[in-house]
Write a protein that binds this ligand. Structure first.
Ligand SMILES: CC(C)(COP(=O)(O)OP(=O)(O)OC[C@H]1O[C@@H](n2cnc3c(N)ncnc32)[C@H](O)[C@@H]1OP(=O)(O)O)[C@@H](O)C(=O)NCCC(=O)NCCSC(=O)CC(=O)O
Ligand SMILES: [Mg+2]
Length: 244
């Protein structure tokens, strides 16, 4: 391959990252939600470029785990005493679960958090990882690792909206994607909190209307995501009060 061609190809590979980096930084919430009085967890949303496309790395939880066994989720877990912030937690957990060295992650931002069914405040941390990274899943916690195009979360081939009752008792819709990995001839179901984070990430990066319904205002992504979160947070508090 000629040098000019190689340069053009390398530039093409860099481009999806540059644009994504810029758009993601605009949506960085930094420590805005860090002081909310809920127990904390973090997940790493690891972005990697494969064949010129932005992809996400996901894990399949080990069958013996007490919480959410066999479900697809991002590398992540509960905050520990020595973690200095949400980013620290996500990087420590990604190292433990898939062998990703923290120094090989370019952390880009923290997105609006979610609240899981145990009422943990879960912060998604977005980072680029090296395109050549090969995961080494820790079998105690992770039974498989796979990579799929980020674009699937706005233009899926197999999608359902499932009715869902939140921990605080209100009824909402939950995204459910089935992704077939042709190379490995395996299918994965991505739903719930994990799908919620993946969809928001894809909206931030592509700024395109998805082929299914979402309850965000695409022209005001950050404010609509924050108000959606604050409504959920308020309903969690209401439920706690009514249980006292
Ligand atoms: C909220 C979370 C980030 C929290 O992370 P984790 O559950 O992975 O927490 P973690 O990594 O700290 O620990 C996981 C468990 O492994 C144990 N553990 C830790 N280290 C270990 C080791 N070396 N060997 C064996 N076990 C180990 C911990 O004690 C804990 O058990 P123990 O738990 O027993 O203390 C995650 O659960 C998550 O992403 N949940 C959403 C998954 C999802 O989207 N599912 C689909 C739909 S359901 C959904 O969306 C509803 C919802 O969850 O809200
Ligand atoms: Mg975990």
């Amino acid at each position: 391959m000629a040098a000019a061609e190689r340069e053009a190809e390398a530039k093409g590979r860099e481009c999806p990252k540059e644009e994504a980096r810029r758009r993601l930084r605009e949506l960085d919430v930094a420590d805005k939600f860090s002081r909310l009085p809920l127990p904390k967890a973090s997940v790493l949303l690891p972005l990697v470029v494969r064949a010129g496309r932005l992809c996400l790395l996901l894990t399949l939880r080990a069958p013996q785990l007490r919480r959410s066994p066999g479900e697809v989720c991002f590398p992540g877990g509960k905050s520990e005493e020595n973690d200095k912030d949400e980013i620290d937690t996500a990087l420590r957990e990604a190292k433990e679960e898939v062998g990703l060295p923290p120094e090989k992650v370019e952390v880009i931002c923290r997105l609006v958090p979610g609240i899981d069914k145990m009422n943990y405040l879960v912060t998604p941390v977005v980072g680029f990882i090296e395109d050549t990274f090969q995961a080494t899943p820790n079998p105690d916690e992770v039974s498989d690792v796979f990579v799929m195009p980020l674009e699937y979360f706005i233009r899926p081939l197999n999608y359902m909206a499932l009715p869902y009752k939140t921990s605080s008792g209100y009824l909402t819709w939950m995204h459910c994607f089935t992704y077939h990995d042709h190379e490995r001839n395996k299918s994965f179901k991505i739903w719930g909190l994990t799908a919620h984070f993946a969809v928001f990430l894809a909206l931030v990066v592509f700024r395109t209307k998805p082929t299914f319904e979402v309850d965000y205002d695409l022209d005001n992504l950050i404010s609509s995501a924050e108000s959606k979160f604050m409504n959920l947070y308020a309903s969690v508090n209401e439920k706690k009060k009514s249980n006292l």
